[in-house]
Structure formats: C-alpha cells, structure tokens
Write a protein that binds this ligand. Structure first.
Ligand code: SAM
Length: 286
C-alpha cells in the first residue's frame, strides 16, 4: 500500500523552508515530505534524508534519481543523528523533521510482521540487520518484562493476562508468526468497536523491538544542537508516549514553541487517510 504523507502542508508551514536551506528529514519513508521540501529549498538547497530501513533508501534512489543532486539518502538510526549529519556535512541546518513510526508500505508489504492483518514471521525490526525480533522477545523475556512492555508501551489494560498467556503458550509452541500472537490475544481480548484486539500488543512490541522511545529521546537534543539560530524542529508523533516525550523536551528547551497546541489533521485529511487521525505535529524554533 502506497504511503500517504500526513500533515504535508502543515509541515511545510511549520518548517518554513527557504531557497538555499539545508534540511534534515530523519524519517525518509516513501519520501513524501522530502519531495515536498525540494521545491522550497530550490536547486541550491539540500536535504539529508535518513531512514533505518534500507528498503526505503534503495526505493527512493530508484524512484527519484533526478533528485539526487539535492537529496542525500542515508541508511542510519536517527539516534546517531549528530554523527550522520556531520559525516555528510550537515552541521548547521535550517530545519529538521521527524515523522515517527512506520510507513503504510512497511505495514502492508515488508513481510516483517508489523501488522496483525497478515500472517507473517514475527520480526518487526525496521533494521533487519540487528537486534532481537518480536518472536525473540516473546519467546525469551521474563514474564515481568513482558508485563512491563504491554503495560507501558501498549497501555494495554489486560497486560498481565496477555503476558501470562504468552508464557503458557511459548512453553508448548514457541512464537513464530503474527498469527500465533493474534490467536493468543484474541483468546483474552474480545473485539470492541473498530479496534482490533491485538492493536495495543502489536504497538508495544514494535516499540520494544525498535527501541523507539529511547531513539527519540537520544535524537531530540542532537537535533536542537544541529539547528542554526532560528532553525526549526518539527516532530509528528502517533501515540501519547511519543507525544509526551516531545512536549516535555520542548518545554525544557530554551526555544520558541511555535505550536502552543499540537497541530492535528483536518477532517478532510482523516477521511482520505485514516492514519492521520492520531498524528500530532509540534514545532519549535531555536
Ligand atoms: C511514518 S514513516 C515516514 C514517512 C515519510 N515522512 C513520507 O512522507 O513518506 C516513518 C519512517 O521512519 C523510519 N524510522 C523509524 N525509526 C527510525 C529511526 N530510529 N531512525 C531512522 N529512521 C527511522 C521508518 O523506517 C519509516 O520509514
């Protein structure tokens, strides 16, 4: 499924890029925001576009070869933002964007088990080269650890029962696929409204496997440091844990918070793109 960028116009308005600016897009994805920035920064401007998922870097180079004089796509983790930026000569930039989470295409086509909608290997790693998979987490972590993950990262009210059911099941059959996990969760949580019973549990595992909150926490101070005076930092988050972190960081910074309240998608945008319903954009100026 093609990814539709959220809050595109609002990001442009928030970052307010000008001709000749240097911008870092920390989450290239399908390149929607990066592409929108290019006409604004013009032929002299440059965008450093980072993504942890190598497939996104390769796809961008293949799809938009004509932009490569303006865009430098780099595979990397934004938790190492300073090193990546300096290595590519982006040491003082006018704008930095984070559009957190995963793209629709990663959900539907990566085959790495991000979604409960298809039966796939329970991997969930954005960077398939390293770290524990979601199956490793379910099969090897202590019950207390699983409880913490489902409670803190999933905000799943039935965290204790789910953790215990995982422990019981893995003793008989280790977890291999998304279907294995969906079966366990559906045995405990019944479908209520439009929310799939496994939504929160999957969210929790994705956050744990990819160290999402830790990465964001590491990256934000580096981003502020890389901004030139009056440069702008824009972050789009999709759940309250990320948003809380961003909000707290902005309050601690000695910057001008441009968005006193987070910017959310219009009704028209949500009708076109359901993913936009939980997006919150916060912008700060150095
Ligand atoms: C919501 S998508 C971005 C979509 C993009 N803005 C667009 O318009 O097409 C988020 C992207 O961030 C990447 N990502 C997530 N965590 C990352 C990290 N720690 N470092 C670098 N990229 C990361 C994901 O691989 C994914 O491609």
């Amino acid at each position: 499924m093609e990814h539709i960028s959220v809050l595109r116009e609002e990001v442009l308005h928030g970052l307010d890029p000008h001709a000749g600016d240097r911008i870092i897009d920390c989450t290239l994805g399908d390149g929607g925001h990066t592409s929108a920035l290019l006409p604004r920064v013009g032929a002299v401007g440059r965008v450093l576009a980072i993504d942890l998922d190598k497939q996104n870097i390769d796809l961008f180079k293949k799809r938009y070869p004509e932009t490569l004089s303006q865009v430098t796509p780099v595979q990397g983790n934004f938790s190492r933002l300073r090193d990546i930026a300096l290595a590519h000569g982006f040491n003082s930039v006018q704008g930095i964007l984070f559009d957190l989470g995963w793209s629709s295409r990663q959900f539907s086509e990566s085959g790495r088990g991000f979604s409960f909608m298809a039966d796939e290997p329970l991997d969930m790693r954005l960077d398939a080269r390293q770290g524990e998979t979601a199956a490793d987490v379910l099969n090897n972590r202590s019950c207390e650890d699983l409880e913490r993950i489902f409670r803190e990262y999933g905000e799943e009210p039935r965290w204790r029962e789910v953790a215990h059911a995982v422990k019981t099941r893995r003793n008989r059959h280790p977890f291999k696929t998304t279907g294995d996990l969906v079966e366990v969760v559906e045995g405990i949580i019944k479908r209520w409204g439009t929310l799939h019973p496994a939504t929160r549990v999957f969210q929790a595992l994705r956050i744990e496997v990819n160290h999402e909150l830790e990465n964001l926490q590491n990256a934000l101070p580096q981003a502020l440091e890389l901004l030139a005076p009056c440069g702008r930092l824009a972050v789009i988050s999709f759940h309250s844990l990320e948003d809380r972190l961003v909000k707290r960081f902005y309050k601690q910074c000695n910057g001008n918070i441009i968005t006193k309240k987070p910017i959310m998608a219009s009704r028209a945008e949500v009708l076109k793109n359901r993913r936009a319903r939980s997006a919150k954009l916060r912008v700060i100026q150095k």
